[in-house]
Design a protein around this ligand. Sequence first.
Ligand SMILES: [Zn+2]
Length: 165
Amino acid sequence: MAFTIVIKHLESDGKNYEGEIPEEELDLRLHDELLHPSGPLQYRLWIEKHEENLLLQGELSQIYRCECARCLKSFEYEATICDWHGFVALEGEESLPINNDTVDLTAVLREDILLVLPQHPVCGQDCQGMVSQVDSAAVSDDEVEATGSSPWAALDDLKLENDKD
Ligand SMILES: [Zn+2]
């Protein structure tokens, strides 16, 4: 089910909405091979109508299965926005289409959960990258530099520079 609300339900007062949008309804179109949704987008929201606008606030979260950009290990990532605020216009150029007094808010939630996904998912801060560099072709170009030398080598370089002073 997409996330739709009936506008007249909000005429007198705000209302709580809690539920989930299945990943197939979200239409995420992720172009990142390292990120795959592994569950629905869950929402817990308080929605108020102020004149011809909806104000949304609450929490969004969704579990993703990621592949580490450095070592390609698979791990779970929970994308969460704890104090989310959304704004939806019901009139004017930026407004969402209204059918039978019902408006679909799925896209609004989708756009914001996309913003908190990691650009380069990494399994952990201490990830050492690929143990063997044989498979380095699988790592995208902009990651090669980061994984090419160990963090210790970079640290040694720093120390050497400091010693010169
Ligand atoms: Zn890793």
